[in-house]
Design a protein around this ligand. Sequence first.
Ligand code: DGJ
Length: 753
Amino acid sequence: MGISFYPEKHILSLETANSCYQMKIGPLGYLLHLYYGPRCSSGEFYDYLHLPQDRGFTPNPYDLAEGRGFSLDALPQEFSCSACGDSRLPSILLHTESGICGVDLRYRRHEIREGKYSLNGLPSAFDADGSTSTLSVTLADEATGIEIELLYAVFEATDIITRSVRIRNTGSQAVFLDKLSSACLDLPFGSWELLHFQGRHAMERLPERAPVLTGIQTLSSERGISSHQQNPFVILCEQGATEDAGFCYGAMLCYSGNHQEEIERSPNGSVRLLSGIGERYFCWKLDPGSMFDTPEVFLSFSAAGLTGLSHHFHRFLRRNLCRSRWNNRPRPVLLNSWEASYFDFDEETLLRLAREASELGVELFVLDDGWFGTRTDDRRALGDWVPNPERFPNGLGHLIDEVNRLGLQFGLWIEPEMVSEDSALYRTHPDWALQVPGRKPVLGRDQLVLDLSRQEVADWMYETFSSLLRENNIRYIKWDMNRVLADLYSAQLPADRQGEVAHRYVLNLYKIVDRITSEFPEVLFEGCSGGGGRFDAGMLAWFPQIWCSDNTDPIARLRIQEGTSFGYSLSSIAAHVSASPNHQTGRSTPIGTRAVTAMTGAFGYELNPALLSEEEKSAVRSQIARFRELSPLLQDGLYYRLPGDSPCRYTAWSLVSPDRGSALLSLILTQPEANPLPLHLRLKGLQPDAGYRVAWAEFSGCRNGQPGLTLPVLSGASLMQAGITLPPMYGDFPAVQILFVRQENQPLRRQEK
Ligand code: DGJ
């Protein structure tokens, strides 16, 4: 396993536990992709798959001696060139000062080394246990003096290969980069479907799946953030692939700004996937001697369907990406003030809320928006990060002390990247906001975006928020961001660097986040962007959890969380129980059902407990106890999406502990029926020859109370193949959670006759 070079074949082979990725230094030094798929047998080479063939109207390199059987246009590539004989999607677009376009890249050298490469200023995965190795392959173009270093890291145990591109200008004139993809994956054969995650505010990451047809499809966000509309994660799966079967490839971009994923099926039958920074507003000037790193893409292959692929990403993000101390710790149960009181609070009402929360067993009280400056609504005061003296006559420190006295830790909401026109900060530094000279800036939620590409703005931001954390006993921060970027012009950059603003913004954001999180390692940071507008691997490198959506309706959220789960682990999904009727959809649901949906690794409440009935309060106490009991499973469990019936009446999923000793089944009935057919489903991921018993089963929201569920001790094989039948549940959106535990030391034996 790892990385091998076979000099006699000119082949480089990357192997993880279950996959193999091969490339070949081909004729004239062109780097050809050979294979990405199951690891069949070590020491086998896949160059035999690509037969030389003269295909009409596919050009040949000038210096080719062997006739017309070799064309970049017809062969799979590791990094597609532009204007040099491959007319499919280019991985790079550039122009030089003298007007040269395109690159003709040939192999120069390669290096295999222990450990993981790092990137300048960008988040990237790390080697957690000394088993990662790096391959760097350098290609060069004579005409422009451009050198491209393709960087690969192999994470054997988690079945992930990371890929990034470093470009150097070794020539004598400036080069303008118009596009630079991080990964180029060519699948030369087969019929593929594209599964991607699109949406909108409060309805993020909804899966959409369709066959890849001939032509080009571009998915992207050019909003300055990874966005609610298009997540930077895509899957190519074999036609008809299911959760459990079929070849699947995933590409997750570790980046929080503009991105694009391009998929091209060429009429010659091959499919190309490119992933990288969005090109619409991107143009990076590369002076002679300078270099540029692209964000990293995480690639994974699963021969065992979509669940296998999700497991690779979940394990990898948990083990090899997030550096926070909180990554592997159980998270505190929190109560967030937003949906409880919005902007309508003072010290007294907050303390009432905190007192009620502490009586229910909540551990962390989070004060959301509205605590600073004159912020009594969402039209003002962003930038004035000083506690509002009218709301807190005794200061923020006093509120925190009082909250702590109630036995609760204190957390705070911030939105560092923004400024309101109506703020002292804007009045003092109007030029700090992104805006185009001579044009009124675009507003979003009545606010402007700070020009983070300016060093003084970045310095102010670091100072402001690090002092806030230094001066107050704050144990949790919710880092929000509530509008998209527009007006991509920075007063401090010269004309030929204005195409760098969006990427510079993200680079400086990462710098500040890195500085602040490293300085306050004990603070739990949660990412947020109007809910899940920046739910990406880039932010997860520092923030172990992200607010998944502003939609807290437990039924609508099922789709959002399920979509998110294809790439991101349950432990990173922040979810809360909110009031009923729900504030976003107006739907009423039982409190138990709300808790079943919200029971991810980062669980909490976002309501006013004083408005709960005594019965609901007691339900909340049990939910919190359950969450504590289930924390290890919610943190580390293997997540299974369980297919619904047809027509679909429920959403179900399970979490199985890594040692397969326990499994939590959750099911919510979304379409209750009269005279219902039996609810039958099969579990997944259990140990087939071990016996499992029901430790507890809890029904919530059933009009028929706690329906009886009596299951004998059953083998994992029976639970997975024969399945289980649940008793009928009546009511509005009832739910059930069942914890199965393995009978230790009592493996089931077949009954002897
Ligand atoms: C958007 C977030 O997603 C909400 O949870 C809340 O924090 C508001 N911003 C506050 O303005």
